[in-house]
Design a protein around this ligand. Structure first.
Ligand code: NDP
Length: 271
């Protein structure tokens, strides 16, 4: 049996997902392939899903900018994805589409493999976009002692902070956290992706800094976190969210060799 899976989003030209999934097919012995389907507008989503069904695809991933739009095309949505308000993986079962969010699992593995946790910690989250939703969904089950959400647009931070069952506050000025102590600082903004310098938060102390961005060189955010005892980029999250999607489609769990992937792939490119 040959298994097909795909990726929709725009743009997709730099995606590492086809390479990751080829590695998973090789590692698992499952026979299959994974292709990118550029989806320039939201109106292309419906016809692409119909094509996936016609050709018996087991499922597909969704990346920027359709992780929220895709929810309107799912017959069922997994609890974690509802909580995150975003779907990045769809399983096709007959005529039915079931939505999942494997970014939450990717983040949990990133933190676990780095020896980090949000439970009982004082956490600063930079950004309030799609990736930040996965971070706060993760924190619902791994509650921090306090979470500060710092985002350029205050309204987006306030929306993300709503109805949390843990202590949370919001800020919109990068200078507002000056002199504070945090156990963990997570960057989920896209600031720095184009090589911009990340502003110095001038924290008094930050034990650990996690950037959801990844790159060949240290990311601009991690460069700015000079005093952090521990620094981790988002490559492991990328790999593990893909591994979870593969498992959802095929039923086969993957134990990816992160260091092999680090050495073989050029992580300067975005998913
Ligand atoms: P979104 O576009 O949904 O959110 C972007 C966030 O960055 C918003 O909070 C936005 O603020 C903020 N932002 C953008 N530009 C600036 C700026 N110049 N100054 C300050 N803040 C800014 O993107 P995503 O949440 O989907 O992705 C964010 C990052 O996370 C990306 O770098 C992406 O590569 C990474 N990511 C990594 C994954 C992984 O597997 N490692 C998975 C998913 C994402 P505002 O609300 O004001 O617009």
């Amino acid at each position: 049996m040959y298994i097909n899976a795909g990726l929709i989003g725009f743009p997709l030209s730099h995606s590492l997902s086809p390479t990751l999934h080829s590695y998973f097919f090789h590692l698992s012995g499952v026979n299959g392939g994974y292709c990118c389907f550029q989806t320039p507008t939201v109106s292309h989503i419906c016809q692409t899903i119909e094509m996936f069904k016609r050709y018996k695809f087991v499922g597909f991933n969704i990346t920027v900018p359709y992780k929220t739009d895709i929810m309107g095309y799912c017959h069922e949505i997994d609890e974690g994805a509802v909580c995150a308000g975003a779907v990045n993986t769809v399983k096709i079962s007959g005529d039915k589409t079931i939505g999942y969010n494997t970014d939450i699992y990717g983040l949990s593995k990133l933190l676990e493999t780095s020896g980090l946790t949000t439970i009982g910690k004082k956490v600063l989250l930079l950004g309030a976009g799609g990736a930040a939703k996965a971070v706060t969904a993760y924190m619902n089950a791994n509650r921090p002692a306090h979470l500060t959400i710092l985002n350029r647009t205050l309204g987006n931070a306030e929306q993300l902070a709503e109805n949390r069952e843990f202590d949370v506050s919001v800020e919109d000025d990068f200078k507002s956290v000056k002199g504070r102590d945090y156990d963990l600082v997570i960057n989920s903004t896209s600031l720095g992706l184009k090589g911009e310098t990340f502003p110095d938060l001038a924290l008094n102390k930050a034990h650990a800094a996690v950037d959801l961005q990844y790159g060949v060189n240290e990311t601009p955010f991690l460069q700015s976190m000079k005093g952090a005892a521990k620094k981790t980029d988002g490559f492991a999250m990328l790999v593990y969210q893909a591994a979870k999607a593969f498992e959802i489609w095929t039923g086969v769990g993957i134990s990816p060799d992160l260091s092999l992937l680090y050495s073989k792939l050029n992580p300067a490119k975005r998913l």
